[in-house]
Every structure is written in structure tokens, then in C-alpha cells.
Design a protein around this ligand. Structure first.
Ligand code: FUB
Length: 435
């Protein structure tokens, strides 16, 4: 299995493995997830470090990539699908390719994106069309007439009609013509939503109910909130919060909600790889659940994210599913290059991290490998479902080592891991893997 993964990684350089955040080689904001051809395709916007001074403190986005995954863990980056230079109506140096969406209709994929039109201020929304979910996408020469705003989202209703939602001063909706490129009704502002700044509408239908979900500033920064209706255009009834404000004050959140293989997921973003500048964001996923009456349960952001991790790949236990209350901290491996990821720093004996859903396959591994270091000497213990798998003694020299140990108890199938400091004074763990 491991060899297969390595072969795939060699053949397809865009093949990536991740927990939260899910993409670890560049920023990915405003993630819109859609299920096409049995896979999840994610269409995020692409934050970059600004090459122009005027945007040093603002959003800066010049193009879009598309990503796909079959298991929500291994993502393929299909590369750039559209950039500000190849859309005729877009101001080429505006770096304003903000939050997009993509839907399938009448045998084609329609990619909707906002940007700044040439020679004008503000935002318009354009459409690019493809035969396949990863493109190539061909942009229309003019933006959609009648829309002035950002964050388009399209809902294909069960009766064959399509609606486009967007954000301007408030949230708006209009019906699309069958050609998906023109409005067939005048835009109306959506009523019934709470006061306060709102953007990023994401609409979907489930069991005959229409959900309008949106970032909403209730106090200081954006929560994710929602309203429900019996009709795609409303009237909507406000229902509450899906996700609270970021605990670390990332001002924006932007999301999408998708059902895949019988489970609902919330895609959202956070500034994980840019803790000191919240305009460089990264996509995350957590599971989302409905109550019996159709209301949405609050989602608490996790580092673990979703999906099953292959035991033969590097397991980043700093993306834990549970942790002891004291004695362990998560820190960047290299704070000058956040894309290097994080490490788990154990500082007191007995401190632990749990990491759920690791797939050991049919055959138990024989060896565990860990990238670790310790200043004063430490001993790491690894358990699976309460049974000892290995113990590893780390020399007290402060340098990174890749240490190996035999796996003491056979383990197969899907199991949870627990890693703890069982001896010595301190230890840092970057990753571990089984072989
Ligand atoms: O990414 C730029 C803007 O930030 C989006 O359009 C908004 O929804 C917010 O996430």
C-alpha cells in the first residue's frame, strides 16, 4: 500500500495528504465543495502574499486552483483553472479573484467567480464553462448582467430551476436562465436574516427544506449562521449559529456544506498557516450533523478534521482528536515557514495526545518510526486501543532524530492511537509512521 502511495506521489506531484488544514502547500480560502463524478471537488479562492504594496494588508488573489479527493484525506491539486490575466472583463492587476462556486447543469460545469471589472470599482460576477470538473474552463467575455457583488453560490433546485445567491449590501438572490449565464428574474434582497454584516451565502436543499447559510458578524468577527425556508428564495427564518467566531480572531470565515457517502461535511477556512495575518487562509473540513427536525447542530472546529489516516503514511499527531489538559502544547516546527507544519511538545510525564481513525490494514506493521527530539531526555509511549505498541527513548541532545522501535503488539484494521510522555523530562514529536 505504502509503495502505491509513493508511486502515486511521484507520478502526480499535486497529490497531497492532510488533516486540518487540508491543503498544506499553499493557502486555500473560501472553500466550496461539490460532489462530481463520485469525488469531492473543492473550488477555493487562492490567497497569496501580495506582490503589490497596496494589498499588503488586504486580500490578494490572482487565480483559482481546483482540488479533488475520494476520501477527504488525499487531495489532488489539478492546478490553475482560471487567472485574472485570462478573463477579458477582469482588471488584470486587481488580485480580486474572490470566493467562487461551481455547479453542474445540462452536461456542463459552470464556475462562478467575483472580481473587479476593468476600469471600474466594485465587483461583478463572471462565469466560466467546462466539460469536466477540473476544466479546462472557458470564461465568458462579460460578467453576468444585473449582479454587482461578491461570493456567488448557485442552487440547482429539484424542479430544474437554478438560483444564484450573492452578497452585496445584504444577501441577494435571482433565478438564472437555463443557459446559466443570465438572470431571468430581478435580484431581490433576502429578508428574515439578522442585522449585522453578512456575506458568503451558501444555499442547499435537504428533505424539501432550503438552507441559506452565511458568515455573519454577531459581535466581533464572522460566525457561520443559517436560516431555513420552504422556498429557495424565502421567506427565510433565522435558525442560529453553525460555527462560533474564531477563537484566534481570524476575521473571516467562509464555508460550504456537502453530503458525501452518507455523511454531511462543513468546509470552512482558518488562518492556520498565517497566524499573524488573517487574510492568508486555509481550508478545513469537519463533520456536520442535523437534528431530527432538520436544524443544524453546531460544529466545533477540530485539528484532526475528517477521514481515515493510513498508518503507513506520516501521522501528524499534532492534529490530535483529544489531548490531556496539561503538559502538551502544539507549536510550529519552523515559525518562519509555517507550511512545515506543527510538532507536539510534551513537558510533563503522563501528558498525552489521542489521534483517531488510523488504518493499519490487514497485516500488522512490524516497526514504528518517529521524528522526535528532547533537550533533557524523554521516553515516548505509543498505545493503540489501550495496548502498548512501542516505547522509544530519546537522547538528551536537542537534535531531531528519526528513531525506530519494534511494534510490540500486533495491530490491524482501524484503531485509535495514543502518544504520551512516559519517562524523562520532555519530548517533541513531529510525526510517526508504521512499516
Ligand atoms: O476571500 C475574500 C473574501 O473574504 C470572500 O469573498 C469573503 O467571503 C471573505 O471570506
Amino acid at each position: 500500500m505504502k509503495h502505491l502511495y509513493y508511486l502515486i506521489a511521484l507520478l502526480f506531484p499535486g497529490y497531497l495528504f492532510s488533516q486540518n488544514p487540508i491543503i498544506s502547500h499553499c493557502f486555500t480560502a473560501d472553500p466550496t465543495a461539490r460532489v462530481f463524478e463520485g469525488k469531492v471537488y473543492m473550488y477555493p479562492s487562492h490567497d497569496i502574499v501580495s506582490p503589490v504594496e497596496r494589498l499588503n494588508d488586504w486580500f490578494c488573489m490572482e487565480d483559482y486552483h481546483v482540488y479533488s479527493s475520494e476520501n477527504l484525506v488525499d487531495w489532488t491539486d489539478h492546478g490553475v483553472i482560471l487567472s485574472q490575466e485570462n478573463v477579458r472583463w477582469v482588471e488584470p492587476e486587481s488580485y480580486s479573484m474572490w470566493a467562487p462556486d461551481c455547479v453542474f447543469k445540462n452536461g456542463k460545469y459552470y464556475f462562478y467567480f467575483p472580481s473587479q471589472p476593468k476600469g471600474r470599482k466594485g465587483f461583478s460576477v463572471g462565469v466560466a464553462v467546462a466539460e469536466h470538473p477540473a476544466g479546462p474552463f472557458f470564461p465568458d467575455p462579460e460578467p453576468i448582467e444585473g449582479i454587482s457583488g461578491i461570493d456567488p453560490c448557485v442552487l440547482n433546485d429539484t424542479d430544474g430551476k437554478s438560483y444564484i445567491y450573492w452578497s452585496s449590501k445584504g444577501l441577494y438572490v435571482a433565478q438564472l436562465k437555463d443557459n446559466m449565464r443570465e438572470l431571468s428574474t430581478a435580484p431581490v434582497q433576502i429578508k428574515g436574516l439578522p442585522d449585522g454584516f453578512k456575506e458568503g451565502p451558501f444555499a442547499f436543499e435537504r428533505d424539501g427544506k432550503y438552507y441559506l447559510t452565511f458568515p455573519w458578524v454577531r459581535k466581533n468577527t464572522e460566525t457561520l449562521a443559517y436560516a431555513m425556508s420552504d422556498n429557495p428564495t424565502g421567506p427565510f427564518e433565522f435558525k442560529g449559529i453553525i460555527m462560533d467566531e474564531s477563537p484566534t480572531e481570524c476575521w473571516t470565515n467562509h464555508h460550504s456544506i456537502v453530503e458525501y457517502k452518507g455523511q454531511w461535511y462543513l468546509f470552512y477556512h482558518h488562518n492556520d498557516y498565517s497566524p499573524h495575518f488573517d487574510k492568508n487562509r486555509s481550508a478545513r473540513i469537519d463533520s456536520l450533523f442535523f437534528n431530527a427536525d432538520g436544524t443544524i447542530r453546531k460544529v466545533h472546529p477540530t485539528l484532526r478534521g475528517v477521514g481515515i489516516t493510513d498508518a503507513r503514511m506520516k501521522i501528524q499527531i499534532d492534529r490530535y482528536s483529544e489531548t490531556s489538559r496539561r503538559g502538551v502544547k502544539i507549536q510550529p516546527v519552523d515559525s518562519d515557514n509555517m507550511f512545515e507544519g506543527w510538532k507536539s511538545c510534551f513537558s510533563s510525564k503522563g501528558a498525552w495526545l489521542k489521534y483517531n481513525n488510523v488504518d493499519f490494514g490487514d497485516k500488522s506493521p512490524e516497526e514504528i518510526k518517529l521524528r522526535v527530539r528532547s533537550v533533557n531526555g524523554g521516553k515516548i509511549g505509543v498505545l493503540s486501543a489501550g495496548r502498548k505498541l512501542a516505547e522509544v527513548e530519546i537522547p538528551a541532545d536537542g537534535t531531531w532524530h528519526i528513531l525506530t522501535a519494534p511494534v510490540a503488539t500486533p495491530v490491524t484494521g482501524i484503531s485509535n492511537l495514543e502518544v504520551s510522555l512516559i519517562g524523562g523530562k520532555d519530548a517533541e514529536t513531529d510525526w510517526l509512521e508504521f512499516d
